[in-house]
Design a protein around this ligand. Structure first.
Ligand code: BGC
Length: 764
């Protein structure tokens, strides 16, 4: 059905239009019955439905319908599997149709700047490329059911501390390279129906009234077509919001802010056309839902529980394994820790799901008749050591052939609303692991946590399996992986540093409450650890398998890549072990041109490949200029210097298997304005000014004969510096100093040359 939305708007009163731009209640938009506009409902998200039919809250406290809790984003990102993400999205989309929800509030794509952010469990990655691709797949899945998504929280909302008012201060380059691309990729590849702006300020301006963010970047540059809603209660100045490009205020202010919009239109301070545009953005999405209902949709909780379990099986990451895993059938095993019985499978806050059921590893073991003895050992909800439990666990471990400790973070440590204080597991759990490992060489740790923990015992245990917050099927998934019914194939979407203090944001997290300075710039996660050559516990992209993979036959393109177009790179991956398995093949790009201030390498491609024993598949990647580029603030654009780029492919950021080089040519020129402060080095590095400067430099070298003379060279050589020193001095010399060194003649010529260079650079 085609709706004439502009006509509908023309029939609305000013008050109705202002009203349309805020929620009726916590979860509904407003209706205008006489014009056939129904009150549609939105709901959290992202990894299940938190539909609240009655009383409402945004903290995950009140009742919501019985639903299915899928693995949280910390887990799903580790699958490195866009198809899996898409399937999960489709399942959620169907559930939404069955429950009459017009928009699912997710995915949440904020970058994991610090391991301490309380909401990291809901976020995808420390890497913007991975986060963007996974988010786009999820959105395409949900929206294939004509249900909207709300990608959140736009933008630079990377902590919970003072999230409603704090200003995230960062450079445009950092913003563009690290904190925006996940949104950008999702908008360009999946066109989410809505975007949720964050609470915080960005460089002093609230996201909800930030025109640069909501209009210039989101709509003008990326082509976003849906509506922007606030996070719950994120409005600062409502009228400024409309001007900036904020469409919908949620959950609404009982008419308080609507009245401000009406008054501003009446007194002429707000152009009514801007209000009309906001209403149009909202109604387009409302009707795209209303006019595409799917009566055939069902919410099959049992079937979806099965899907949640299968998805989690693909997400868990095998971090260590000396060969103890998979456990053999009939092996006598001790399960220790209350999480074996009561797994932690989701985080606290607005994403909290009223799960239809939860599978525990212990129940699965019982159902499958495994030889498992259980000792509680420590509680799931607090840090409390019990000497009796510790002794019983150690005894059970001694008597068994292997001990599996189900460890994790209690609910209270990890939630929306506040950040973690440290990166540690509860002390009682660390102690338990150490004591058990002393008596049982086959000690395995299974982790239930939403973000990295310090693992001081990593070298003392035989295996570590990271389940993350794996949704309601986590127990069954753990069972399958522990006993080899499934082969682990997750890879870390974030680095586990050795200790919190190693994290690049450590000295600037979470700021002073008013401001948080992203002083580490683009050096987030592995971009930092790589550059510092710093050992980490487990690197970005790391993940083991019960089989092994070999990489060969890297095929690089014949010619160079240019500003437009693309090139293909391919590699063969072979399963060299004896069981079927999946590898997360990762492609990183490395600038080899000595460009200052660039990370050692950055993820620019990945693919999850399933291989039978002995099987080989060719994996192909497509690269464009953007994949080689950094954000050049002077240019206000993406820029890659011409030259050579390393293409690094492997199964983890610290396990690069094959390497090639790609040549790049560009027509783009970095901007340069030549004046007295410009150095000879800058001029010689720029393709336009370099040829103009070469004769001057030659002449200058001759003039500076004394410094070029044999004696000077001898002295310099004696000092071990020689040519290097000369070159460095020359390159660092600003034009204003030329007369002191090169004499008045060269300086005189320079005046005309500066003008000529500025003309050639287009500055004149
Ligand atoms: C959260 C959002 C959530 C909203 C509605 C806010 O507190 O930040 O992620 O969608 O509440 O529950």
């Amino acid at each position: 059905m085609e709706r004439d939305i502009k006509k509908i708007i023309s029939e609305m009163t000013l008050e109705e239009k202002a009203g349309m731009c805020s929620g009726e209640d916590f979860w509904h938009l407003k209706k205008v019955e006489r014009l056939g506009i129904p009150a549609v409902m939105v709901s959290d998200g992202p990894h299940g439905l938190r539909k609240q039919p009655d009383e409402a809250d945004h903290l995950g406290i009140g009742e919501s319908i019985v639903a299915v809790c899928f693995p949280a984003a910390c887990a799903t990102a580790s699958s490195f599997d866009t198809e899996l993400m898409n399937e999960m999205g489709k399942t959620l989309g169907e559930e939404c149709q069955a429950e009459d929800l017009s928009v699912l509030l997710g995915p949440a794509v904020n970058i994991k700047r610090s391991p301490l952010c309380g909401r990291n469990f809901e976020y995808l990655s420390e890497d913007p490329y991975l986060a963007g691709k996974m988010a786009a797949s999820y959105i395409n899945g949900v929206q294939s059911w004509d249900v909207g998504t709300s990608i959140k929280h736009y933008a630079a909302n990377n902590q919970e501390y003072n999230r409603m008012s704090c200003s995230s201060n960062l450079s445009e380059r950092t913003f563009r390279e690290i904190y925006l691309p996940a949104f950008e990729t999702a908008v360009k590849e999946a066109q989410p129906k809505t975007v949720m702006c964050s609470y915080n300020k960005i460089n002093g301006t609230y996201a909800s009234e930030n025109r640069h963010l909501l209009t210039e970047i989101l709509r003008d540059e990326w082509g976003f077509e849906g509506y922007v809603m606030t996070d719950w209660g994120a409005v600062a100045d409502r009228v400024k919001g409309i001007v900036a490009g904020l469409d919908l205020e949620m959950p609404g202010s009982g008419g308080f802010n609507d009245a401000k919009i009406v008054a501003a239109v009446k007194d002429g301070s707000l152009d009514e056309a801007l209000l009309d545009k906001a209403v149009e953005n909202i109604l387009k999405v409302v009707f795209s839902y209303v006019d595409h209902r799917h009566p055939e949709a069902v919410f099959d909780r049992d079937a979806d529980h099965g899907k949640a379990t299968d998805i989690e099986t693909e997400c868990a990451v095998l971090l260590e394994n000396n060969g103890v895993l998979p456990l053999k059938a009939g092996m006598k095993v001790a399960y220790i820790g209350e999480y074996a019985q009561k797994p932690r499978y989701q985080g606290g806050g607005s994403s909290h799901i009223n799960a239809s059921r939860v599978s525990s590893a212990l129940d699965s073991a019982k159902e499958k008749g495994r030889e498992v003895a259980y000792v509680k050992g420590f509680p799931a909800d607090r840090d409390e050591e019990d000497a009796g439990e510790l002794a019983a666990a150690v005894q059970a471990a001694k008597e068994a052939e292997a001990a599996v400790i189900f460890a994790g973070l209690p609910d209270v440590i990890e939630s929306e609303g506040y950040d973690r204080k440290d990166m540690k597991l509860p002390a009682c759990q660390n102690r338990m692991i150490e004591e058990v490992a002393k008596v049982q060489p086959n000690t395995i740790v299974v982790l239930h946590n939403g973000s990295p923990i310090e693992a001081p015992w990593a070298g003392q245990v035989a295996a570590v399996l990271e389940m993350y917050l794996g949704g309601q099927g986590v127990g069954e998934a753990a069972d399958r992986l522990l006993y080899g019914e499934a082969n682990p194939s997750g890879h870390l979407a974030e680095t586990f540093p050795l200790r919190l203090e190693d994290n690049p944001s450590y000295l600037n997290f979470p700021g002073d409450g008013a401001n948080v300075n992203y002083a580490e710039g683009v050096y987030v996660g592995y971009r930092y650890y790589d550059a510092k050559k710093m050992p980490v516990r487990w690197a970005f992209g790391h993940g083991l398998s019960y089989t092994t993979f070999a990489y060969s036959n890297l095929k690089m393109p014949e010619g160079a890549l240019g500003d437009t177009g693309s090139v293909k790179v391919s590699v063969d991956v072979k399963n060299t072990g004896s069981v079927e398995g999946k590898e997360a093949v990762q492609l990183y790009v490395s600038d080899r041109n000595g460009t200052a201030g660039r990370p050692v390498k950055e993820l620019k491609g990945f693919a999850k490949v399933g291989l039978k024993p002995g099987e080989t598949k060719t994996v192909e990647f497509t690269l464009t200029a953007r994949d080689l580029s950094f954000y050049h603030e002077g240019l206000g654009d993406w820029y890659a210097p011409a030259g050579t780029y390393g293409i690094l492919i492997g199964g983890a950021s610290d396990r690069i298997a094959v390497e090639g080089e790609l040549l790049f040519r560009t027509e783009k020129l970095p901007p340069l304005y030549v004046d007295g402060a410009t150095t000879l080095g800058e001029l010689l590095a720029h393709p336009v000014t370099a040829p103009m400067m070469e004769p001057v430099v030659k002449g200058m070298q001759e003039k500076m004969g004394g410094m070029q003379g044999e004696d000077a060279e001898k002295t310099a050589d004696a000092l071990g510096t020689g040519a290097e020193m000369m070159e460095a001095m020359m390159k660092g010399m600003p034009l204003k100093s030329l007369s002191s060194f090169a004499g008045p003649e060269v300086a005189g010529q320079m005046e005309q040359l500066v003008q000529a260079m500025n003309r050639a650079l287009g500055n004149a």
